[in-house]
Design a protein around this ligand. Structure first.
Ligand SMILES: Cc1cc2nc3c(=O)[nH]c(=O)nc-3n(C[C@H](O)[C@H](O)[C@H](O)COP(=O)(O)O)c2cc1C
Length: 198
């Protein structure tokens, strides 16, 4: 059940040396591609880094508390957004006219930074899809904003996209200090978070 899966998942702070089977990583690639986005804009790229030497380069370009997670996890996934200029050029290749018209009428009149923010919001939806999928499939994961986005961009060397956020996936160390038995899940009160209008 998805509710139990969401109760059981947690942000992993320490990974074991054991690696995920390749099939699980492939499944997450397939799932991320299926993420929903406004007018099916899909303004993203997901970079999967499994190579140890490459992971270590990204680890060095991350907050020190995230370094060991990236080094030990099976895979680092980098969520990248299309730049506004590239999105406008590229959308003609895969979006139907109705979607392009929606963009021209509703988004294009906005300031460039507001359009970029709309693009970035679509990419964050994919992070939610990843974390929920990992919970459902019993894959341990850590979402990560504690990265140096510009340093990641330099390493990736593709200016059509910018780095937004990352996540590691792998197998948690059984002694991970953030496991639920040591750090019970904390959430704000249901009455405050959920408002029901019937
Ligand atoms: C967008 C985002 C960025 C996060 N960045 C980091 C991070 O850089 N390092 C880290 O250890 N945890 C990070 N977290 C994990 C959160 O601290 C964690 O999800 C939150 O405290 C709730 O705990 P839980 O996920 O274990 O239920 C991030 C979570 C999200 C959603």
């Amino acid at each position: 059940m998805i509710k139990e899966a969401m109760q059981q998942r947690y942000a992993v702070k320490q990974y074991s040396a054991q690696k995920l089977p390749e099939g699980k990583i492939q499944m997450l690639k397939d799932i991320l591609r299926l993420s929903p986005s406004s007018v099916n804009s899909q303004p993203w790229q997901f970079v999967f880094v499994e190579n140890q030497q490459e992971k270590e380069k990204f680890a060095a370009a991350s907050m020190s508390s995230n370094e060991s997670k990236i080094k030990n996890a099976s895979c680092l996934i980098i969520f990248r957004s299309k730049t506004v200029d590239f999105f406008e050029e590229d959308m003609k290749n895969y979006l139907p006219e109705a979607a392009i018209n929606y963009y021209k009428n509703s988004l294009k009149p906005l300031e460039k930074h507001e359009i970029q923010s709309w693009i970035d919001q679509q990419v964050y939806i994919a992070l939610g899809v990843l974390l929920t999928s990992c919970a459902a499939e019993n894959i341990d994961a850590t979402p990560m904003e504690g990265i140096d986005n510009e340093a990641y961009d330099k390493l990736l060397n593709d200016t059509n996209y910018h780095t937004l956020v990352a996540a590691t996936i792998g197998i948690a160390d059984p002694e991970d200090s953030n496991r639920l038995s040591e750090t019970p899940k904390q959430r704000d009160k249901v009455e405050k978070v959920i408002k029901s209008i019937k």
